[in-house]
Write a protein that binds this ligand. Structure first.
Ligand SMILES: NC(=O)c1ccc[n+]([C@@H]2O[C@H](COP(=O)([O-])OP(=O)(O)OC[C@H]3O[C@@H](n4cnc5c(N)ncnc54)[C@H](OP(=O)(O)O)[C@@H]3O)[C@@H](O)[C@H]2O)c1
Ligand SMILES: C[C@@H]1O[C@H](OP(=O)(O)OP(=O)(O)OC[C@H]2O[C@@H](n3cnc4c(=O)[nH]c(N)nc43)[C@H](O)[C@@H]2O)[C@@H](O)[C@H](O)[C@@H]1O
Length: 328
């Protein structure tokens, strides 16, 4: 084990639950440089909301370590429109994986939450200790409640059973493999697609939701995956850990950055009928920095690399209008 390592992945069987998602796929890429065996479960074989299926799979495959990167995930509109799905599916997935892992004597488990767990009006930058100190943002309350339950579940198993279960709270993420559906995506992939479509169709403008004034923090998913593998090896404590870049910008500034990246020179128009959500959610990066990890991919560089990835894969070329797209 190298200095500071509390849990070595060497020779271990590591289950990435949700390996086809943006974060799960980045974790699989990152784990490729560790001397471990990566386990994945296909959805056709295991629906993670089904306890029996999860218990059977974990008992059969016997992972040593588990990363819970499977979840029902979406942007502000999806969260606001489908609170039952966001609460129910996420509660089931995390409860099933945590308990099945305990029954199968998993050595280490990392649960992933999100920065929306914190109170809507939390003091900025938001420290880990702000959890449960005030009311949540209504547009994603259901998802936040499920994620808070996940943190508490990991802590409860840790306290009652002495197991090494930890939680990490990533900020808003972006990267290859993101969801570019305009109705269910997060802001960054939505803006890339809108700016690109405006450019290729010669439109004079593209729309962004809300007032453009909310502030958001962004982290490239490869930085996030690196931080998560760092925590898996170097962190073993009760409290969750924020995973962010340490800086934020307004949604309008983000839209301008995306327009520059894409090469769109027209206007950016505000659709004020859409919600803003939390005014600001910049997380304190102090705890993770203190442990010795720092991000490497600046936002401008990251957005450019994702746009290049989009052009290469053709993921933005779908000409359907938002109303024709798959529902969330
Ligand atoms: N994206 C962000 O901005 C962000 C920010 C903070 C935290 N996070 C956290 O990071 C984690 C991963 O997010 P992501 O962005 O990678 O989401 P994602 O791309 O939507 O991936 C989620 C994965 O979970 C799988 N899944 C969902 N329900 C399932 C079920 N019932 N059975 C089996 N698999 C199921 C999905 O499978 P299918 O491919 O079959 O649908 C998908 O592969 C989540 O815990 C999320 O809270 C994400
Ligand atoms: C990380 C996730 O963050 C989510 O909150 P949240 O940052 O507001 O999620 P986003 O959907 O990324 O939206 C961030 C901000 O961008 C604005 N925005 C502007 N144009 C667009 C657009 O075309 N699409 C989208 N999606 N937004 C847009 C949106 O109104 C909001 O103020 C939570 O709902 C989840 O629970 C999760 O925590």
């Amino acid at each position: 084990m190298s200095a500071g390592t509390l849990y070595s992945l060497k020779g271990k069987r590591v289950w990435v639950a949700g390996h086809r998602g943006m974060v799960g796929a980045a974790l699989v890429r990152r784990l490729g440089s560790e001397d471990c065996e990566i386990l994945v479960s296909e959805r056709a074989e295991v629906d993670l909301t089904r306890q029996e299926q999860v218990e059977r799979w974990v008992a059969d495959r016997r992972p040593d370590a588990v990363i819970v990167a499977a979840a029902k995930v979406g942007g502000i509109l999806a969260n606001d429109t489908y609170p039952a799905d966001f609460l129910y599916i996420n509660l089931m997935i995390e409860a099933n994986i945590v308990d099945a892992s305990f029954r199968a004597s998993v050595e280490k488990l990392l649960f992933l939450g999100s920065s929306c767990i914190y109170p809507r009006m939390a003091a900025q930058p938001i420290e880990e200790s702000a959890l449960l100190t005030g009311p949540l943002e209504p547009t994603n309350e259901a998802y936040a409640i499920a994620k808070i339950a996940g943190i508490k579940l990991a802590q409860a198993y840790r306290r009652q059973h002495g197991v090494d279960y930890i939680s990490a709270m990533p900020t808003n993420l972006y990267g290859p493999g993101d969801n570019f559906d305009l109705l269910s995506s997060h802001v960054l992939p939505a803006l890339l697609r809108k700016a690109h479509m405006a450019k290729v169709t010669g439109a004079p403008s593209f729309e962004i939701w809300g007032t453009g004034s909310p502030l958001r923090e962004f982290l490239h998913v490869d930085d996030c995956a690196d931080a998560l593998i760092f925590l898996l090896g170097r962190y073993s404590d009760f409290e969750h850990v924020n995973v962010g870049s340490g800086s934020d910008l307004s949604i309008l500034s983000l839209a301008q950055l995306v327009a520059e990246t894409v090469g769109f020179n027209g206007e950016i128009v505000l659709d004020r009928t859409k919600p803003d959500g939390t005014p600001r959610k910049l997380m304190s990066a102090d705890k993770l920095l203190g442990l010795g990890w720092a991000p490497r991919i600046p936002l401008r560089e990251g957005v450019k690399s994702v746009y290049d990835w989009c052009l290469k894969t053709g993921v933005l070329s779908d000409s359907r209008s938002p109303s024709e797209e798959r529902s969330v």
